[in-house]
Design a protein around this ligand. Structure first.
Ligand code: G6P
Length: 467
């Protein structure tokens, strides 16, 4: 079988136990065929020439990890700038937060060109190449321009908004055209596939060939939904380990007479965290029996603090959390525990298991794997209830969660109340169905179906669309 090459902005050593599901899953696939994982080293060098970074390689078993440093200017324009101040907000439907003013796109392109240059000599003729996420959309076009002929697939972990939102990107023609250098584009949900296809047809005059194939710019690509899953067995194993068991027991002892609600997110404006706090406040107001009884534990791990919109969010949230505790808290009860720190992964299943309600309420999310982890962590005899935003990609699969509209504060408060009062038989029924789907479409299923689809694609054309 041909060697697998994975390219992502961040990479993790797949042998380290702290690695999350995706690193484990990709690490698995890489180890099976022997593989190469390429990306940013995570290091920003204070000086250095833009478009130039040192390449380091090291061996982890039969997987080669190859990473490149970024100089300050490249990191600012490519990662903080175009990826996280332009693409992230636009792809999450937030044109209001996008910063189109600076010329970030040049830096984004420069770094993708550099990655292509550094990667090319490491490639073998029969490699299968799998590129991940919005940082690297033009990578295949840059590789093709250097003569790369291997099969290349792309998976976008974040959503695709409707065509007119994409069209607001000043460089949308260039960016979207570069998708045609891939043989297969994987998206998280059917809604994303519809948006992507409509954009290509309306804005790029692509032809729909059937079989999920689109033709434009003298190239053909296949686009399909491959909803990402979690490593269920690995997460269950983690849940049985001492750290998770102790975390769960400690919380149960502390909250023996109370019901725990839980939110775990990166502190990101796409996650709807302030909306959730408002809904929780509304719950206390409309259903006062929850006073002194319900406690919301909200873990929002620090993320991208150097980008303005994230600093603003942090301030807003601190105000909201302080106000709710000030207005409702008592000497023996605080309604909300807001934790702006990263919680060790090994404690996550225990936290989830102790919570009667899991609140996953993003305004927009590619998939949201916490929703799946929350379900898997539950005890089937007495499971908690997942309250899930209909705007998370996961909602297409997890229909038996209580689906909510996070913009509807009152509706969300009502759903939380329903979750808190839900009888055991209904909780069990919902949990069983959710588990069945999460188990069937796990991370291995996701990876295998994507790679199978990529391997099934015909060898790419000799000439590729120019960028
Ligand atoms: C999202 C993106 C990933 C990214 C992660 C953490 O899940 O889809 O590509 O790695 O957030 O964000 P960061 O900016 O810290 O890499």
């Amino acid at each position: 079988m041909s060697r697998l090459v994975v390219i992502s902005n961040r990479l993790a050593d797949p042998r380290k136990s702290a690695a999350g599901g995706l690193a484990v899953a990709l690490g698995d696939a890489l180890a099976r065929t022997g593989g190469l994982w390429f990306g940013w080293s995570g290091t920003v060098t204070p000086d250095g020439t833009p478009g130039e970074g040192a390449l380091q390689t090291h061996q982890a078993g039969n997987v080669t990890l190859a990473t490149v440093d970024l100089c300050q200017a490249d990191h600012a324009a490519y990662y903080q700038g175009y990826a996280n101040s332009v693409l992230w907000p636009v792809l999450h439907y937030r044109l209001d937060l996008a910063d189109f003013s600076a010329n970030y796109s040049e830096g984004y392109r420069r770094v993708n060109q550099m990655f292509a240059r550094k990667l090319l000599p490491l490639l073998r003729e029969d490699d299968v190449i799998w590129v991940h996420d919005y940082h690297l959309i033009p990578l295949a076009a840059e590789l093709r321009a250097l003569g790369c002929r291997q099969r290349i697939g792309f998976f976008l972990h974040v959503p695709v908004p409707p065509p007119l939102i994409l069209a607001a990107l000043p460089q949308h023609e260039w960016l979207m055209r570069s998708f045609f250098a891939y043989d297969l584009v994987g998206l998280q949900s059917e809604a994303d596939v519809v948006h992507f296809t409509r954009y290509m047809v309306n804005e790029a005059q692509a032809q729909e060939l059937g079989g999920q194939r689109l033709r434009a710019f003298n190239a053909t690509l296949r686009v399909a939904a491959f909803p990402i899953g979690i490593d269920v067995q690995e997460f269950q194993r983690l849940g049985r380990a001492p750290d998770a068991v102790q975390t769960c027991e400690a919380l149960r002892a502390e909250y023996s007479r109370r019901q725990l609600l839980l939110g775990i997110d990166r502190l990101d404006y796409s996650k709807g965290i302030p909306h959730r706090v408002r809904a929780f406040r509304q719950l206390l107001e409309r259903y006062p029996e929850n006073e002194h009884s319900a406690t919301l534990v909200m873990i929002a791990s620090p993320s991208r603090d150097d980008v303005h919109a994230y600093a603003d969010l942090r301030q807003e949230l601190e105000g909201l959390c302080g106000a709710i505790n000030g207005d409702y808290g008592d000497l023996d009860w605080m309604p909300l525990r807001y934790i702006h720190r990263t919680v060790a992964r090994k404690r996550v299943p225990g936290l989830c298991r102790a919570a009667r309600v899991g609140l996953v309420t993003p305004l927009r999310d590619g998939m949201n794997l916490v929703a799946k982890e929350y379900v898997v962590a539950q005890e089937p005899e007495d499971p908690g209830v997942l309250v899930l935003s209909r705007f998370a990609g996961a909602a297409e699969q997890l229909k038996e969660a209580l689906l909510v509209n996070p913009y509807d504060t009152q509706g969300m408060a009502d759903a939380i109340q329903t979750a808190l009062r839900m009888p055991l038989s209904e909780r069990q029924w919902r949990h069983e169905r959710l588990m069945e789907r999460i188990q069937r479409q796990d991370v291995h299923w996701w990876r295998n179906s994507f790679l199978q689809a990529l391997r099934d694609e015909a060898a790419p054309p000799v000439t590729a669309p120019a960028g």
